[in-house]
Design a binder for this molecule. Structure first.
Ligand code: ATR
Length: 484
């Protein structure tokens, strides 16, 4: 064997679940993979359990790891976000040489990625922050990958990432998203959309369960049917699986035994924080993040359950709502709310891209999110088509196809929001998405009044619909208007 063939094309640092699965994915695709983990036991476990799946070069020190990589060296870091990632980046940078590429495949905050890229570039190395979606299963069998960083590193990295990414219609679910933090930003918003997507499914479940009185198995069947239509997606598919699961010990549907407090690791929250800074309303994602927070407020909830006045509540029967019609209405409300959440997510990506000069192409995202990632859905093909037809769309909702969909969804959506309110079931994303939609299409918004109030108490001035310029009314004087 030549010296060259003893070297690895790619290295993985951090061999917990995601890192090991990614390393195995590379090896199964025929690449030689260098391995390093702070504690060697994880490296050893991987070799013992999966060493036969391909060519691995395990290393006990970061120096040996770096020495085992072909140039330009390419190392993917899969360790905890934050301080651990910084520590590993520094160790790698110390051992690497000019032109080598450090890839952070974790869920880093994009502003950290921007900072790291700058620091690493000053040392003559390339830094690529890459969002990787798909969970454990995706890492092993084909994730959706969103790499940022310098365009020139994509040349050395692209084919490797393409070989392990998910594939849809012959297209790999990976592409260079844009410079520095673009990849992690887009991955962050992807996760935010995922929060909203999961929440709208949750709201549909809530209504069918506690509004229509269906049992989990019946609802699982409904979701299976929905998965054959416009809502065909990974999340709808796994929802049916979760709802079908029966606890072996008690014979009770598992869903009824799971504590109803949702966890979160932070990417949804980041998405909302970034949106606030960019001034982009991502109400669907925001409500989804808050819904998880509320679910976790155990003490407040325990104090409130059965203890707050509900007002007079109705039921589907009392309202004369036929179950079959209601189920279809709920499907449509879910679809419409999901559409709003995606439209808002794409708005945030555009705003982030404009702010940072990333030049992110929304068509790329609709393409690479079709497979591998958690929000993979048939629906993304439609988003791709929408941006193909008009890359400058003011909002996805105005795409002719989605507009025609909305025309057939809107009446159901309104009915569901009304009925849910009458039966007292929470639907934060369904309801706020409808308000967002009505706000967008409203001829006049109460913002005029807010401007009046602001001018009254703070002389903040207002614009007029009939004249150019800024105006102020002398509220505490004779109430004449002056132009300022
Ligand atoms: P996952 O979510 O996939 O389980 P994680 O919790 O994000 O993984 O990251 C865990 C990985 O980060 C482990 O490989 C861990 O190394 P150890 O096995 O030695 O604990 C690695 N890690 C955490 N902190 C680290 C640090 N300061 N330096 C190097 N690696 C670190």
């Amino acid at each position: 064997m030549t010296e060259h063939s003893n070297l690895a094309q790619i290295g993985v640092v951090g061999l917990a679940v995601m890192g090991s699965n990614l390393a195995r994915n590379f090896a199964r695709k025929g690449h030689t993979v260098a391995l390093y983990n702070r504690s060697f036991s994880k490296t050893q476990d991987l070799m013992d359990n999966h060493g036969s799946e391909g060519n691995f070069i395990p290393a006990e020190t970061i120096e040996d790891f770096v020495a085992s990589l072909e140039k330009p060296r390419r190392a993917i870091i899969m360790v905890q976000a934050g301080a651990a990632t910084d520590a590993v980046i520094n160790q790698l940078a110390d051992a690497m040489e000019e032109g080598d590429i450090i890839i952070d495949g974790g869920n880093a905050l994009y502003t950290d990625t921007v900072r790291r890229e700058k620091e690493i570039a000053e040392r003559g190395l390339n830094f690529v922050g890459a969002g990787i979606s798909g969970g454990e299963e995706g890492a092993l069998n084909g994730p959706s990958i969103m790499p940022g960083g310098p365009a020139k590193s994509w040349e050395a990295l692209g084919p490797l990432l393409e070989s392990i990414a998910a594939e849809v219609d012959g297209t790999a679910c990976v592409t260079h998203i844009g410079p520095d933090g673009a990849g992690h930003f887009v991955k962050m918003v992807h996760n935010g959309i995922e929060y909203a997507d999961m929440q709208v499914i949750g709201e549909a479940y809530q209504l069918l369960r506690y509004g229509a009185g269906m049992n989990p198995a019946e609802i699982a069947d409904v979701f299976r049917t929905w998965n054959e239509g416009d809502l065909d997606s990974y999340l709808i598919e796994i929802t049916a699986e979760v709802l079908s699961q029966v606890d072996a010990e008690t014979g009770v549907p598992l869903i009824d035994l799971i504590v109803d407090s949702a966890g979160q690791k932070g990417t949804g929250r980041w998405t909302v924080k970034a949106a606030l800074d960019l001034g982009i309303p991502v109400t669907g994602i925001g409500e989804a993040v808050f819904a998880r927070a509320l679910s976790g407020a155990r003490a407040q909830r325990e104090a409130a359950i059965g203890n707050l006045p509900s007002g007079e509540l109705s039921s589907l029967d009392a309202l004369g709502v036929d179950r079959e019609t209601f189920v279809e209405d709920v499907r449509r409300a879910l679809y419409a709310s999901k559409l709003v959440a995606y439209a808002q997510g794409f708005d945030e990506i555009k705003a982030g891209s404009d702010e940072h000069g990333w030049n992110v192409d929304p068509r790329d995202l609709a393409t690479i999110w079709r497979g591998g990632c958690i929000i993979r859905a048939k629906f993304l093909n439609r988003i791709r088509e929408a941006y193909d037809a008009n890359p400058e769309l003011a909002t996805l909702l105005l795409d002719p196809y989605f507009k025609s969909e909305l025309a057939s969804l809107i009446d159901s959506w309104r009915r569901v929001v009304i009925v849910a309110t009458q039966i007292g079931q929470p639907i934060p994303v369904f309801a706020s998405s409808l308000s967002y939609y009505d706000s967008l299409r409203a001829k006049r918004l109460p913002a005029a009044l807010i401007q009046g109030q602001r001018d009254f108490f703070g002389a903040h001035t207002y614009g007029r619909v009939d004249k150019e310029g800024a105006f102020h009314t002398l509220w505490s004087g004779d109430r004449t208007e002056i132009q300022v």
